[in-house]
Ligand binder design. Structure first.
Ligand code: PRX
Length: 652
């Protein structure tokens, strides 16, 4: 492994980086090890504009419900917008490019006005108060960021629901959060055509959402929509009446900033709750450390605001750092596979951050496209969301980055708030497709369940063994599930530690490679999906008696969804292709198009233990065509494994 080529950062390009050598990295790590609270207190004082300074750093009394900087007071919208007005009022805060190529630039002053007017609208017109929940079901337009910041300004807790989720999924999230207000748009544009969001909200609100008092609709695509009298309001109509001045609500460091629902291995999605101070601190610090953000940089993260990457690295991180952030409504392959590179050239992007899925797709559809554009502004290329394969990494590094740029493979999760393991662009010698080292202050370790370090080259549990400021605080409304989900599996020195759900491996340099989820979570195109959620959707098909879904390796998506289906009535009439279509209709309704199955197989039964537990590992091996090494003697019917293998062989 040590024979593998390491890529060293361009020292000249990163001479002014906050962490520009490994000596500096090790010194920071040492500082954190010697005085953990002192380390974090130093940065919290330096980076955050506190309304009232904190006197306590970390409170571990009620572990794992950790508290950071708990008696400090601040406002995240102030940190991201207002405080920049003194020095950056005419600097571009958000550069927006629409699907059709339309552009809009908001300076920090303009952003402040829009945020204030929106905050006043939410407060005065819709009665939103500190602690109330607001669901945002929005396309990728500046109003999404404005609405998030408006919530932060008045202390409301936003929950952004990704626009690809169905009405049922949206309803579940609205009800779980007991949201008072829903903010949406008529729709937006994708691949040159309008698509709709408002009808999905209408459908979601048909039943069980009594908590919702109003729906506020931003006009984007101008398509006809249904208006419900007394419930639906046009955003821009009402905005006119609002003042552009708005006082910041004073927030406690530990008050919730937002909820973001994500999939777990069991049950319904979890409302991951983030804090104010700890979250914004790390969002800003990682912008500086991992993306080396500089005053004149233009930063582009291609994620959707509906995911954590969009929260931390389109909105909160870049704006807290006073940077210029690009927001893009469209898709990377429309009108052609050169779209992103054209935008990099046009806006002179300095940091480009995307998912391996997009890189694989752009590589496949236009390997030589990057050559057609001037990409010399780029300094850092980031990836996130899933393991990147060496081939995609090489193409990204050479063709997009011209071999010059630092590639940062950033490992983190919805729950971690910001990056946990990543190369530092000016310091870390990089091994392709490897997240490398924990960031300073992050005690990420690959361990066994009892906390002993996993030997080099072997798979262990990816844990964070000390609390960190931007960590998840709880699962909304379900503190027990929070403890069980994250602190139930691994211990160190007898104390439960945070387990990510991922497996990982270290090499002799101490570099960490993420090997993927160890639980029943599938990662399709960087989207995290729980098998339990997909299975419970499929079970609603009238002819499905039992089902198990697994991830199947896929060239572009990373993983695709494969379902083993036991039919209620297997009379030989049911057809796999037809049933797959029907199953996908059910999934589309229950979850959304992001969770569609690629393939299914009818099987006589699932491999179950005598206690009824489905042996998913066997099913995963079978779909990959791997030899079954697991002990099948404990199965209720060991013969079923061979039968399934035979069925898959016939399918080809
Ligand atoms: O399995 C890991 C994978 O994505 C999961 C987190 O998904 P989500 O909460 O949706 O957040 C995605 C964006 C931060 C992780 O548990 N993952 C994320 N980044 C990487 C990764 N796997 C390998 N390498 C990465 N860089």
């Amino acid at each position: 492994m040590s024979q593998e080529k390491l890529y060293y950062p361009d020292k000249e390009l990163f001479k002014d980086a906050a962490i520009n050598s490994m000596e500096r990295y090790h010194a920071l790590m040492q500082e954190a090890r010697e005085d953990y609270e002192g380390f974090w207190a130093r940065f919290a004082k330096e980076k955050i504009d506190w309304f009232k300074p904190f006197t306590k750093v970390l409170n571990e009394e009620n572990a794992p419900f950790y508290k950071w900087f708990e008696d400090g007071e601040l406002n995240v919208a102030y940190q991201c917008v207002d405080r920049h007005l003194a020095t950056r009022k005419n600097k571009a805060a958000i550069i927006f490019e629409g699907d059709n190529g339309d552009q809009r630039v908001l300076t920090y002053r303009e952003l402040a006005y829009e945020v204030n007017k929106t905050a006043n609208l939410f407060k005065n017109r819709f009665g939103v108060k500190k602690g109330d929940r607001v669901v945002l079901y929005m396309p990728m337009i500046p109003e999404a960021a404005i609405a998030m910041l408006a919530c932060a300004k008045i202390g409301a807790i936003h929950s952004v629901v990704f626009g690809g989720f169905s009405a049922d999924a949206l309803r579940d999230r609205i009800v779980d959060a007991q949201a008072k207000l829903v903010v949406t748009a008529d729709g937006a544009f994708r691949k040159g055509k309008p698509y709709m969001l408002k009808p999905v909200v209408d459908k979601a609100l048909e039943e069980g959402c009594e908590c919702v008092e109003a729906v506020c609709i931003v006009e984007r695509n101008g398509e006809d929509i249904r208006w419900v009298e007394g419930r639906d309001y046009a955003y821009y109509e009402l905005l006119k009446e609002q003042s552009h001045r708005c006082e910041c609500e004073t927030m406690g460091a530990e008050d919730p900033l937002f909820l973001l629902y994500t999939s777990g291995s069991t049950g319904k999605p979890k409302g991951v709750q983030h804090s104010q101070a700890g979250y914004i601190l790390w969002a800003q610090m990682t912008m500086e450390w991992v993306f080396d953000i500089k005053e004149n940089d233009t930063f582009w993260c291609t994620a959707d605001v509906g995911w954590i990457t969009g929260h931390t690295y389109i909105v909160y991180g870049p704006l807290a750092a006073g940077a210029t952030t690009v927001m893009f409504e469209g898709v990377p392959t429309y009108p052609d596979a050169g779209r992103c590179w054209r935008m990099v050239e046009e806006y002179q992007i300095n940091q480009f951050y995307t998912a391996p899925t997009a890189i694989r797709m752009l590589h496949k559809l236009g390997a030589d496209e990057p050559e057609k554009y001037d990409l010399s502004s780029l300094r850092i290329l980031g990836t996130v969301g899933e393991p990147i394969d060496p081939a995609a990494w090489q193409w990204y590094h050479e063709k997009v980055g011209g071999g010059r740029c630092s590639v940062v493979d950033t490992y983190w999760q919805t729950e971690t708030g910001g990056h946990m393991i990543s190369p530092l662009p000016g310091a870390t010698p990089v091994k392709p497709a490897c997240a490398t080292l924990p960031l300073p202050g992050i005690m990420a370790e690959v361990i066994e369940e009892d906390g002993t370090p996993t030997p080099v080259g072997e798979k262990g549990f990816m844990c964070i063994t000390k609390p960190w400021p931007s960590m998840i605080r709880t699962i909304w409304g379900d503190p027990d599930r929070f403890v069980k989900s994250y602190f139930g599996d691994c211990k160190k020195d007898g104390k439960p530690v945070y387990f990510t759900g991922d497996g990982a491996m270290t090499d002799e340099l101490g570099y960490i490679t993420i090997t993927g989820r160890t639980d029943d979570v599938i990662n399709v195109s960087g989207h995290r999906l729980g098998t339990a959620e997909i299975e419970s959707a499929i079970k609603k098909h009238p002819n499905v008696a039992a089902v198990a879904v697994v991830g199947k390796p896929h060239d572009i998506k990373g993983e695709s969804i494969f379902a083993y289906v036991v039919l209620k009535e297997d009379n030989g009439v049911a057809d796999e292709v037809e049933t797959l279509k029907e199953i996908n209709e059910v999934i589309k309704k229950e979850i959304g198009a992001i969770a569609l199955c690629d393939d299914i197989a009818f099987v006589p039964d699932l491999p179950k233990t005598r206690s009824g537990k489905v042996m998913r590992r066997i099913l995963r091996s079978l779909v990959k065509g791997e030899a079954i090494t697991q002990d099948t003697s404990t199965l209720e019917d060991p013969g079923v494994v061979e039968k399934i293998a035979e069925i898959l062989k016939c399918k080809g």
